[in-house]
Ligand binder design. Structure first.
Ligand code: ATP
Length: 445
């Protein structure tokens, strides 16, 4: 198979596994779907929560220089005037005069002036604003038009004064927010890579202007460390320095953290030096003094900002792609077959432990249920007594469960169970009374 086919196949395999096992479903499926919208199923929601919680712990709870915030999805439209989104958050768009397909201008190969779908003639480029509009309140007129936020960042800038007043933070310090953002993307696609509704985990890190270079480097290192924690191999990550002229309107330096997806290299996260662009504009447009007072020098100035931004769904997608393995594994009758296994970092696995009685016999089920309930309050667990034990192991491998606990007839006599490790497939016999410690040592890191 050619490389392109292998890669396309890899995406299809992931999309199909995600649906089959309840990670991600096509949105509104029973009505024929809503193009490129997705719903997160029982395993997907656990995994997504694990990503967000880990991120929050790492970048907010474990850092004395950070505070968290959660701001409204719909804000006063003046915010988007000040931020430049109403004016600048556009993609140049062309439309086919024949089949009316729309494309982003930058998708057309250099110099090509024909429709990518049917080869027909295309219109001159038109600016298309990516913000979703709606009406705030019962009257549907211009005065009540609001926008769903296209990024979480502005909610943090407009609360800068509130945070300074209530927390008395000194520079440097950061604000973090995790939440939904909406963009009326012209070309959504590639599964959950580009959607019109997605989640961001963003930090606005406020600094003295002369500290921007060292702070930028600090956050680049932090982003690399996070990716390592997420289980992403360094060789598929690229740090793309965006040249002047291609950067967003607010940025003086941007590094896109890109990943080698099966469909090509593309952005995963971004790191930008936003200068004092946002605070300056909000101060001007709101008429409020947003300056910071330096308690040592008495000087008043607008802090500058370094912004590391992380997409939740793109984190989810790369974590799945990185974890997916097809390996040859021995079967019960001495043959070998292929096992699919998601080798997630343990913290990321949606289910940490599966409890599997060897048979459905009442006395075994009862013992297994007892063990299941014992660990359920500490870890997300699954109880499964259907099908052969081999098949159940494979099911757990396929969803990345690090440990399977098997309860057999000997358990009833010796109060011991077998714990199977997802990655090595090694099995260990331990006492039930040791199980909690055993798991704690291996899962709580
Ligand atoms: P792209 O170049 O891929 O359109 P962008 O440069 O517009 O992305 P940013 O504005 O930097 O993206 O948004 C910050 C982060 O939010 C991105 O790095 C990405 O992880 C995530 N993100 C942005 N747009 C989408 C989307 N449409 N769907 C899913 N995630 C997104």
């Amino acid at each position: 198979m050619k490389n392109k086919e292998v890669n396309q196949n890899r995406m299809e395999v992931i999309v199909s596994l995600a649906k089959r096992r309840g990670f991600v479903f096509p949105g509104s499926e029973i009505y024929g779907g809503l193009a490129n919208s997705w719903d997160f199923g029982p395993l997907g929601v656990l995994m997504k929560q694990n990503i967000k919680q880990r991120w929050w712990k790492r970048f907010v709870e474990q850092r004395p220089d950070m505070v968290g915030i959660e701001t409204a999805l719909m804000m006063n439209p003046k915010v988007w005037q000040a931020s430049g989104h109403l004016e600048n958050f556009n993609d140049p768009l062309v439309e086919c005069k024949k089949c009316h397909s729309r494309f982003r201008l930058d998708q057309l190969p250099d110099g090509k002036k024909a429709c990518l779908a049917c080869g027909g003639p295309i219109t001159e480029p038109k600016q298309f604003n990516l913000m979703f509009k709606t009406f705030f309140g019962p009257s549907e007129d211009q005065a009540s038009t609001v926008y769903f936020r296209p990024e979480t960042a502005q909610g943090m800038f407009v609360n800068f004064k509130n945070i300074i007043d209530t927390t008395r933070r000194r520079l440097p310090f950061g604000m973090a927010q995790v939440g939904k953002a909406f963009r009326n993307e012209i070309t959504p696609g590639n599964f959950i890579f580009r959607t019109r509704e997605f989640e961001q985990m963003e930090i606005e890190y406020f600094i003295k202007p002369d500290a921007w270079e060292s702070s930028f480097e600090h956050w680049l290192v932090e982003m690399r460390l996070w990716l390592k924690d997420l289980g992403v191999a360094e060789e598929r990550i690229y740090e793309h320095e965006i040249p002047e002229g291609e950067r967003a309107h607010y940025s003086r330096r941007t590094v896109d953290i890109e990943y080698e997806y099966p469909f090509g290299r593309s952005e995963l996260y971004g790191l930008a030096y936003r200068t004092d662009f946002d605070l300056k504009n909000h101060m001007e447009k709101s008429g409020q003094d947003l300056r910071y007072s330096d308690s040592e020098t008495g000087e008043k100035f607008l802090p500058h900002v370094i912004e590391p931004t992380f997409g939740v769904e793109r984190s989810f997608l790369v974590a799945l792609l990185e974890a997916y393995r097809e390996e040859s594994a021995p079967t019960a009758d001495g043959e070998s077959d292929t096992r699919v296994v998601l080798k997630f970092p343990k913290w990321l696995a949606p289910i940490k432990v599966a409890v599997l009685p060897l048979s459905k016999k009442a006395n075994l089920s009862e013992k297994a249920q007892e063990i299941f309930r014992m660990i359920l309050s500490d870890y997300s667990c699954e109880y499964d007594e259907t099908q052969s034990i081999g098949k159940r192991y494979r099911r757990q491998d396929e969803i990345g469960t690090p440990y399977c606990v098997t309860v057999d007839f000997d358990t009833l006599e010796d109060q011991q169970i077998t714990v199977r490790d997802r990655d090595t497939m090694k099995q260990e016999r331990i006492a039930i009374t040791e199980l909690k410690n055993y798991l704690q040592e291996r899962l709580n890191s």
